[in-house]
Unconditional design. Structure first.
Length: 353
């Protein structure tokens, strides 16, 4: 019984019969195409059996042909065509059978050559195995001696390992103790670093507050300066209206104004220097954030800078006070000048009247 999906002899016979009926000579390739599957090794033997039984099947299944003149009324061309098909099929069957026989002979010759080659290889392998067995025996003796030497070295190594284990235990104990000390030092350094960072943060906040106060003071001084300048401009306008009445007094006032401008310029320079120093302090504060390790030195430097700025602020306040006194004097002089000019203005009005 053929396996599921395999090719049976009956399948080959049916396909060959169909090819023969269609006027084609059955071959291995044609039968495989007719069936749609199968290998040449399976189809070939079955097709060979088909050719062997073809003649007997035709003789048993078909009645003897009558003479051509009485062949059931068939014309001679049909009879000749049937004979031609039969002869062609017979020749094709003989050629296929011979091809199959040649292939089998080639397979037998190849099998014999393979057997001879295998016997030669087996003999060489047997010789090699005998040589390998001899070498293996020698190697076994050498390995036995090496094993004895290795056992001796192993005993020594175990003794040495015990000594090293003891040393390792001692070293691990020392390393553990050293690690504990290092951990304590790291924790101490971390606490000191945190304390320095907190102090630096406090100093930074205090410096920022000082800067804010200094900026507020600078703004207030600038406002006062603006008011003073406005009052000065008003006084100059009044003095301009009385130029003809008091040229000498006007020169004095001009000198006073020049002195006032000089004081104001000095004040502007002081303010500019204060702004520059404040900007410098801000840059120092930015750099201070990345230099916690130098917090104490930077703190001392900033404290000295604050002292210098306080001194400058005191000088600025003194300059502002002097400017205020000068402004007061100018106002008194303007008032006196107005009093002096008042009678003249009254006389002029009377004369005009």
């Amino acid at each position: 019984m053929a396996p599921p999906g395999g090719i049976t002899k009956q399948d080959v016979f049916v396909a060959a019969d169909e090819l023969l009926r269609s006027g084609e000579g059955p071959t291995v390739d044609r039968v495989r195409r007719q069936i749609g599957r199968g290998s040449p090794n399976t189809v070939g033997p079955h097709l060979k059996d088909w050719w062997k039984t073809l003649a007997s099947r035709l003789n048993s299944e078909a009645p003897a042909l009558p003479p051509p003149t009485a062949a059931l009324g068939l014309p001679m061309p049909v009879v000749n065509a049937a004979k031609l098909i039969w002869e062609t099929a017979s020749r094709q069957a003989a050629e296929d059978a011979q091809a199959v026989l040649d292939a089998e002979r080639n397979l037998i010759a190849e099998a014999r050559a393979a057997i001879t080659e295998r016997e030669t290889k087996l003999e060489a392998a047997r010789t090699a195995l005998e040589e390998n067995a001899r070498l293996a025996s020698q190697r076994a003796d050498d390995l036995h001696r090496q094993l004895e030497d290795a056992l001796v070295r192993l005993d020594r190594a175990e003794t040495r390992s015990s000594e090293l284990q003891a040393q390792l235990h001692t070293a691990q104990t020392e390393v553990g103790e050293e690690r504990r000390r290092l951990q304590e030092q790291i924790q101490q350094h971390a606490r000191e670093r945190d304390a320095d960072a907190q102090r630096a943060a406090g100093n930074e906040r205090r410096y920022l507050q000082d800067i804010d106060r200094a900026r507020g003071e600078t703004t207030r001084v600038q406002q006062q300066l603006g008011e003073s300048q406005a009052a000065l401009r008003a006084a100059l306008e009044k003095l301009e209206t009385t130029r003809e009445a008091g040229e000498r007094r006007q020169r004095e006032l001009t000198e006073a104004v020049a002195e006032r401008e000089r004081l104001l310029a000095a004040k502007d320079q002081v303010l500019a220097e204060r702004d520059r120093q404040l900007a410098e302090r801000e840059r120092n504060l930015v750099e201070r954030r990345g230099e916690l390790a130098q917090a104490r030195e930077s703190s001392a430097a900033l404290q000295r800078l604050c002292a210098t700025q306080e001194t400058q602020a005191a000088a600025l306040q003194e300059a502002l006070a002097s400017a205020g006194r000068t402004e007061t004097d100018l106002r008194a002089q303007v008032a006196a000048l107005q009093q002096q000019l008042a009678p003249k203005t009254t006389s002029r009005r009377r004369v005009k009247a």
